[in-house]
Design a protein around this ligand. Sequence first.
Ligand code: NAP
Length: 327
Amino acid sequence: MKYRELGRTGWKVSEISFGAWAIGSMWGQVDDSESLAALHKALDVGINFFDTADVYGDGRSERLLARLRKERKEPFYIATKAGRRLPEQTPEGYSAENLTGFVEASLRNLQTDCLDLLQLHCPPTEVYYRPEVFEALDRLVEAGKIRHYGVSVRTVEEGLKAIEFPGVQSVQIIFNMFRHRPAELFFPEAQRRRVGILARVPLASGLLTGRMARATKFTPDDHRNFNRQGALFDRGETFSGVDYDLGLELVENLRELLPEGSTMAEFALRWILMFDAVTCAIPGGKRPSQVEDNARASDLPPLADATLQRVRELYDSRLRNSVHPRW
Ligand SMILES: NC(=O)c1ccc[n+]([C@@H]2O[C@H](COP(=O)([O-])OP(=O)(O)OC[C@H]3O[C@@H](n4cnc5c(N)ncnc54)[C@H](OP(=O)(O)O)[C@@H]3O)[C@@H](O)[C@H]2O)c1
């Protein structure tokens, strides 16, 4: 496992880290003992950074990470998020009082007295035009409740606006072989300001692992069943916003480019790591075998220029028109 610096925090985080949404909720049935085994496996393979949120399983994901901290001695970082507990997503909801309440609840779930990294959880765009929200986060740092803060954004424009606030250490954004736009304007600007980038939904909700087919069934409680059109949250979070059948077709094109001996998941993650501005990819995983597979991406040699170019061509010819204007 290789490590990269996260923003100006001085932390060195594993370039393949762990996304802990699926072990909380919305990805079908999960078994805590298997989830915990996946978390242990992550530490075994050198992962030292975990992304979670207060709402993933109403604290279930955070509580599993607290158990991991109890059961293991090695240090690791936990990034959590706040804002999605609001009954309605309004900019006013992101008040100092509400944020403090969310932080206190996460501190209890994580059984700690200071959060490593708190991210605003895809708040309304208007929040990025309210300096008082970021001042409230500065106060939480001063109070010793959070060490650092960042944001999780839906669009490149939100990311560009967010990094104008000097306290923002990290931006979490969807970036994968189906979602190229962040690399254009946003990455160079984030790098210039030394802001870390967490690449979320790196496997396009599993599509890019090449293990899905038309006949694949998702249970009713799995967002890959109910959120394809954005019924509960932004449809870009499910299969990266790409039509499922088109996604399957493109995966077959990508499979032709697979480096010898690697899996599609490793290939998809290695593609992300080709971008220096990215601090880490945070693939979700529910089972130890997935974590092992994903971590191996860090050991793959760099991808050939011709491969990168072909991925780009596929994006430009098949996805750009629908993806680029939206996110
Ligand atoms: N708004 C936000 O801030 C936000 C939104 C979305 C995600 N996130 C964060 O980003 C993380 C990653 O995104 P994501 O979980 O949505 O999507 P993802 O990482 O693109 O896909 C994860 C899913 O792919 C499958 N998978 C993972 N590794 C695999 C492997 N090696 N082989 C086969 N299948 C594999 C698993 O599902 P199955 O085994 O069930 O197929 C897993 O749950 C989340 O966990 C969360 O921490 C944040």
